[in-house]
Design a protein. Structure first.
Length: 151
């Protein structure tokens, strides 16, 4: 397991948890000015300063489904122009974000995990719809940073 980023702050003192009807945490509302900034589980601002009810609605609409989406992780040792490693989030807390190389469910694949600081660092980003549509894959026959069509 590798640690990637040295930035981040888990100081959420004063933030207000927001949970959906079944009790699942979906984010926080950070007091700011006369309103609140909704913040997702990865520590990203969902919107600017809004009223309480709007912040709640935005977090409810966002939900937690984005945690299951594929992400791209730019590794420190990646060469110029290499695509990021396709990863999946396996754990999120205000202390860390853990991701693993997307193995597409292969039971014989080597488990490559990376631990990142929270909030989500710039090295980790959601893959675009086009990247997913084009079969964005890394670690295939082109090598650990190669990319090519999904097979």
């Amino acid at each position: 397991m590798s640690a990637i980023s040295a930035r981040g702050s888990s100081d959420i003192g004063g933030w207000i948890e927001h949970r959906r009807g079944d009790g699942e945490l979906v984010g926080w509302m950070r007091p700011e000015g006369d309103g609140f900034v909704p913040v997702d589980l990865l520590g990203r601002d969902v919107a600017g300063e809004v009223e309480w009810l709007v912040a709640e609605e935005l977090l409810d609409e966002l939900g937690i489904g984005y945690l299951a989406d594929p992400y791209g992780l730019t590794l420190p040792e990646a060469r110029e122009g290499q695509p990021p490693l396709r990863v999946r989030i396996i754990e999120v807390s205000t202390r860390r974000i853990r991701v693993k190389k997307d193995d597409f469910g292969a039971i014989d694949a080597a488990l490559l995990e990376y631990t990142l600081e929270w909030p989500m660092p710039p090295e980790l980003r959601p893959l675009t719809v086009q990247e997913v549509r084009d079969g964005f894959v890394t670690g295939d026959a082109d090598g650990p940073f190669g990319s090519g069509p999904a097979r």
